[in-house]
Design a protein around this ligand. Structure first.
Ligand code: HEM
Length: 143
């Protein structure tokens, strides 16, 4: 892999490959086409799609990939990133991918046991039933 036959790409060139049918990632200043790898990635396609078209160096390193993963990189290599180009992040504006990402974050379960008026009325009815029975029993046993 000599420098001369390396394709030089900008962050912008890579950023258009940001979907499940065409998914590139940048890891340590190199671009990888992981489209065919999405289904086979042991970490799942979701994490790859979240960083599709972007610099995923931090994510790749923090996932604790071993040497097996590093050896696989060559297979998907497409070119070098021009260090003078500006990084492109799609995270700021809400895109379809960021919506998808939100669905992954655990949502708080809906609060179901709000003390409603119904509960109070039921308690009131039970109370008067018990009161009525107590009074009735009292009258019955006093005779
Ligand atoms: C071409 C790029 C990539 C390759 C070849 C690759 C390959 C692999 C491989 C082989 C494993 C199994 C464990 C290991 O051998 O280390 C793995 C696990 C994992 N990968 Fe990747 N990976 C890539 C990119 C990424 C990226 C960009 C992320 C995060 C955004 C990621 C997140 C993970 C996670 C979270 C696991 C752990 C899964 C688990 O242990 O349950 N990977 N990856």
């Amino acid at each position: 892999m000599g420098i001369s036959d390396n394709k030089i790409l900008s962050f912008t060139d890579v950023s258009v490959h940001n979907n499940p049918k065409d998914c590139w990632v940048i890891i340590n200043a190199k671009a990888y086409d992981v489209t065919k790898f999405l289904d086979d990635h042991p970490g799942g396609d979701e994490v790859l799609l979240q960083v599709a078209g972007e610099d995923a160096s931090e994510e790749f390193e923090s996932a604790g990939h071993g040497s097996a993963a590093r050896l696989m990189l060559d297979e998907y290599y497409v070119g070098e990133i021009d260090p003078l180009s500006s990084p492109v992040k799609k995270r700021a504006p809400p895109t379809q991918l960021s919506v998808k990402r939100n669905t992954v974050t655990p949502q708080l379960p809906p609060t179901t046991n709000k003390p409603g008026n119904n509960h109070f009325i039921i308690k009131l009815v039970v109370f008067f039933l018990a009161l009525g029975m107590a009074v009735g029993l009292g009258l019955y046993s006093s005779n």
